[in-house]
Design a protein around this ligand. Structure first.
Ligand SMILES: C=C(O[C@@H]1C=C(C(=O)O)C=C[C@H]1O)C(=O)O
Ligand SMILES: [Mg+2]
Length: 462
């Protein structure tokens, strides 16, 4: 990794191209970050559509933190053994990279955004054909907005024979186009059909899961189902992101676009945040609706906090995360009791986790260790995954899996991709699941998934 101070784009590119070793790997990433004037992330996202580039959007609404990426400078992908292979590709790429980033702000500089399949073992269907079991993109252009300040990062993969003057003009022009925003009006679209996939079969699977749990074969199994929508025209992703931003607070709002397919959502569930060695994780499980009045809302909240079944769902997550972090972290701090985590359509039990990551471990190690937590898989992990593979009538794809970003300064954040939908042109698949424990009632769990569909359903026009 080479760091250079105060150079122009042209000079940096020139330097990088000249430094290529023709006898070795004759290409490398050049990454240049500049602070820019205030820029609207959604406008940048829209402008990127006009350029025909694939886009990625990430917002942590709580911190007013935004990342918007356009295009792709480097792709990191893996099928099997994905954590190790992706980390190797990331490290190798960074070693060769020329990075000009004087700011060191989390989420600037060389940054990979992406995600992975929930279960690389389960047989895939055509639904998720555009999404690999592990896939990160280092976008060509990244807008970072953090604490009111905006940064533009340009990532270029330079090769021998590249012309620095031309290349510099080209990337600066494109940067300007993206920062100028889009004049194109967003497009309305309407739901024309709605289909729940196998609701009766799903309830039956829940019943079976409770049986297995009562027989002591597992303690918790999370089962998910799908709801399909059809639209009168292609769904406008920019419009969906805007609506999610307007309606879903306390969430991570995301979109990963691959051609006509796009995975979008607003998830409240942090898996891990790393700032150098300071680690945060979250236990989020146990659900109640929001009340119509503040009295009703408080009553639902109180009942949730005291409900044995929901507390059980939650506690499995807390103990698993505690154990998973034990070897890799010090100073682990977890409160004894959960608190409420209110969202627009529902409320959850929430326990925050704070720790320090030990030297020698990376965010990849932590994700590998944590995924899937009992919030999305179950307890014990292997037993619950076996049950899901056998009885869940759904290709989860990236639903329920870690999605997020990491940068070259050991910062990163990953969330669990729930409250989400895969948009495929004029169609959408929505996903929602429930933690099934010994005394789960299939009808009630079914109702719980109905509420969990709401954040996406409402922004898709239902
Ligand atoms: C599986 C989902 O959510 C998970 C299940 C919960 C529950 O059953 O109480 C609550 C939050 C998440 O851990 C989902 O939203 O699809
Ligand atoms: Mg539940």
């Amino acid at each position: 990794m080479i760091g250079i101070k105060d150079k122009t784009t042209k000079e940096l590119l020139q330097h990088a191209i000249q430094s290529l070793d023709p006898n070795k790997n004759n290409s490398r990433l050049v990454s240049i970050t500049k602070e820019i004037t205030d820029t609207n992330p959604l406008q940048f996202f829209e402008a990127a559509k006009d350029t025909g580039k694939n886009r990625v959007f990430w917002a942590s609404t709580e911190d007013e933190f935004f990342l918007v990426g356009a295009g792709s400078a480097v792709e990191i992908t893996a099928e099997d053994n994905r954590f190790e292979l992706m980390e190797k590709q990331w490290d190798r790429m960074l070693k060769e990279a020329v990075i000009h980033n004087p700011y060191k702000v989390p989420g600037t500089g060389v940054l990979a955004l992406g995600g992975m399949a929930f279960d690389p073992v389960k047989k895939r269907t055509g639904l998720w054909e555009s999404f690999r079991p592990g896939h990160f993109t280092i976008p060509e252009y990244i807008l970072t907005k953090q604490q009111g300040k905006c940064y533009l990062t340009i990532n270029v993969y330079v090769q021998e024979g590249d012309h620095p003057v031309q290349l510099s003009r080209q990337v600066q022009e494109m940067g300007g186009t993206l920062l100028a925003g889009s004049k194109r009006p967003t497009q309305d679209f309407y739901v024309t059909a709605r289909e729940e996939i196998g609701p009766e079969e799903w309830k039956e699977a829940v019943r079976r899961a409770t049986e297995e749990i009562q027989q002591g074969k597992a303690e918790k199994i999370v089962l998910a189902r799908e709801l399909r929508l059809k639209f009168d025209r292609k769904a406008d992703i920019g419009k969906i992101m805007k609506r999610l931003m307007d309606t879903q607070s306390n969430s991570y709002i995301f979109s990963f676009e691959k051609g006509d397919d796009c995975f979008v959502g607003a998830t409240p569930e942090r898996l891990v945040r790393l700032e150098e060695n300071r680690l945060l994780s979250t236990c989020l499980a146990g659900t109640a609706p929001r009340g119509r009045t503040s009295e009703e809302d408080e009553r639902f909240g109180r009942e949730l906090l005291n409900d044995e079944k929901n507390r059980q769902e939650h506690d499995f997550v807390v103990s698993m995360i505690r154990n998973a972090l034990a070897y890799r972290c010090t100073d682990i701090s977890i409160p004894e009791e959960p608190v409420l985590y209110p969202l627009k359509n529902l409320q959850h039990l929430y326990t925050p986790v704070v720790a320090r990551l030990k030297e020698g471990y990376s965010i990849f190690d932590i994700i590998e260790q944590l995924h899937p937590t009992p919030a999305l898989g179950g307890t014990p992990r292997k037993k619950s995954l076996d049950f899901i593979r056998k009885h869940e009538y759904l290709d989860r794809g990236w639903y329920g899996a870690p999605i997020g970003w990491l940068d070259s300064n050991n910062n990163g954040e990953f969330a669990v991709a729930i409250r989400s939908s895969l948009i495929r042109g004029k169609e959408a698949s929505l996903f929602a699941g429930c933690g099934v424990v010994a005394d789960s009632d299939p009808k009630e769990e079914y109702q719980e998934t109905n509420i969990k569909f709401l954040p996406m359903l409402t922004v898709l026009g239902e």
